[in-house]
Design a protein around this ligand. Sequence first.
Ligand code: ATP
Ligand code: MG
Length: 871
Amino acid sequence: MMTSREIRNAFLNFFRDKNHQTVPSAPMVVKGDPTLMFTNAGMNQFKDWFLGNEPALYQRVADTQKCLRVSGKHNDLEEVGLDTYHHTMFEMLGNWSFGDYFKQEAIDWAWEFLVEKMGISEDRLYATVFEGSSEDKLSRDDEAFEIWANHLPEDRILNGNKKDNFWEMGDSGPCGPCSEIHIDLRSDEEREKVPGRELVNKDNPLVIEIWNLVFIQFNRKANGSLENLPSKNVDTGMGFERLCMVLQGVTSNYDTDIFQDTIKKIASISGIKYGAGHKTDVAMRVIADHLRAVSFAIAEGQLPSNNKAGYVIRRILRRAVRYGYTFLNFRDPVIYRLVDVLKDTMGDAFPELISQQQLVERVIKEEEESFLRTLATGIGLLDEMMEKTKKAGEKAIDGKDVFTLYDTFGFPLDLTSLIARESGLGIDEKGFAKEMEAQKKRSRNAAAQETHDWVEVRKNESTVFLGYDKLEAEVRIARYRKVTKSKRSFYQLVFDQTPFYGESGGQIGDTGIIENDGEKIVIFDTQKENNLIVHLTEKLPSIPEAIFYAKVDLQKRTATANNHTATHLLHAALRQVLGSHVEQKGSLVNADHLRFDFSHFRKMTDEEIEAVERIVNAKIRENSLLEENRAMPIDDARKMGAMMLFGEKYGESVRVVKFGESVELCGGTHVSATGQIGLFKIVSESAIAAGVRRIEAITAAHAESYVNDQIKTLKSIQDILKGPKDILAGIAGILSENVVLVKQIEAFNLERLKILKANLKSKILFENGVNIISEKVELDNAMIKDLAFQLKNEIENLFLVLGTENKGKPGLTVMISESLVQERELNAGKIVREAGKAIKGGGGGQPFYATAGGKDLSGLEAAMEKALSFL
Ligand code: ATP
Ligand code: MG
């Protein structure tokens, strides 16, 4: 039997023999494409080639691509674990033709690989072809049918509808008819009873699609219509895990060697056998699957977080924790303990799992711990809700409450309903659904964006970026389009060449202007969509065909370059001071500051921070020149020891940026010599996740004014202290003097209290068996309380009213002996509330002691009178 490793290699070798270039998987987390969060198919990394944004580097390509289908057009999340053949993260094997071969070879080779090389029995295979669509004015794909008819009997070639047999990446973009290969894995007996052709595309777990051959020949436009692409392409995708299932003779992806060790470990930790029950099986599959998605994401540098891709990853992990919690009784973190098994299974094909293992484990463990705590808090809250429901005599927990649990505490509906059921309650699912819909609508409205089609002004293969050498240049518009987002419209312009840097690699995009005799237009941002540089403007030039002079905002670019180069120096210094485990996990560079996230497991000490600053500033003073190689073969760059990041997509030829010992692969804009940075200053160091630290720093003028501000503060302190030579000694002196003074004041106050008390006692009015004191005093609140309690202890049958003035505000205190409270039904709380009205205030307390604070000092006498009147 072939192992999964051998199967992967067999596929790549087969196509290598057919002159396909093998390329590495692109990262699973997509960077630099605002329309896509995660790679959801093998073709994503070739989008620019399909769209003609840039020429294809190879005409034939094969690879295995890490895909994640948990959001957007392809979202399988809710299926995963419940069935045995959909994953969140999976490998998609693919072969491509860019303007080279088409349907004939694609189908013949697929057949050759599956049947002749892998030995799958022909009579289990079915093919589908696109039946056509009147909506798109497309007829049936007879061409594909004829080719299939050379391999399969006609009754095993089926027509498929647009949903199954017309592949689209998103709402717009490259697409085309496709032809799927399905396999029937049922027993001979079952196959006798019901022919497989009746089960194709019917969600039968044993009659499934394994390979999809897509013939990409159209581009879907914003208005839904199709246009022909410049060249015809082939894009195929085969589920690697499904292929392994077929070739290893099992009937579930989870029974292949890809998942077996993980499942075994989960079973041993839980003490429950895989196969013992439906629910526990599902939970084990969910965990085994999600482990992969989350580990790969973190290894690529995408940490779980509260927004965007990070939030999706967090939710996947939480789904796994929750299944473990509910069905396998996991109360402590478990998933991080599986990373080691995953590394053993997949580490040789994906070495990032080996190098990032420690980080992946730490991050997952911390996430698990924090979510388990949330689960506990949520369960406490749910208890209260159930109590409330029962008290109200209701049978179902309010939908709004259930939604709060879901939204604020990440509490899934099925968990809530499970716990409710254990207490004999249901949940108001309709109410929940309503809240959910309302929330979805809110976020839809917030995210809604309407992108119009490109308007082509002139033919252009790809934009030449001039910005490494020039900040000004003559440009022509190649194409433009309108975008409307939250009611605001703007334009995206693509030039034939441009000095503007498009936001990428953590560096923000350039701003500036384009102008000619007729007009001047502001570029308020420059972005990158894959390799396309897009300039954003509020308005469209009145003559798009005209020639423009483009000018980048020099000041902003210079400040940004300072921060970008400083980031490289910082990276190298961190590795020098802390060790080579330091790796970049995130970076932001703009004109104001730089932010650098990196793996390191402890808080940096003050000494370490100082050492890093010292090294960076020394490098700045060395004034190292930029040594740049814009097109170095990636292997040479590796040999040079250039820093490369996982999760970054590097081509065969890369740009290397070197300043002294710092060597990085980088597309950003830099200073020409480090001396320009002037000064580097770290302003904060903090944690952003388990094992990931963040440094924020500033350079040049910003650093200078930061240092000056600090010095100014020191000077003002010195002035306040009346200019001692040694400020520290001055402050220490004041502090110790202060301690002495505080003690003196305390002693003095005690003395004052004694005198005041004696004075008050001498003024007691005895009436009807009550000792009445009513006086105005000037004391702070703590002392008044002290005084009132002392008097109460020393005088029987006391009715005490104290009016106070504290920092210009009136206050009222009433203290009544307990005996009086009982006998005469007096209540100090009620009294101060009533009497407090006279000073425009409120308050309260207990029946024997209460206070009120107010705003109107002139009413103090009246308030005291009023209080007395209750006697
Ligand atoms: P299905 O109908 O089974 O969900 P699909 O039509 O979504 O498949 P494609 O988008 O054509 O699949 O993807 C190509 C191949 O990738 C499929 O033939 C299948 O083998 C595999 N595949 C698709 N989705 C998944 C998934 N969630 N997990 C594992 N493999 C998948
Ligand atoms: Mg699908």
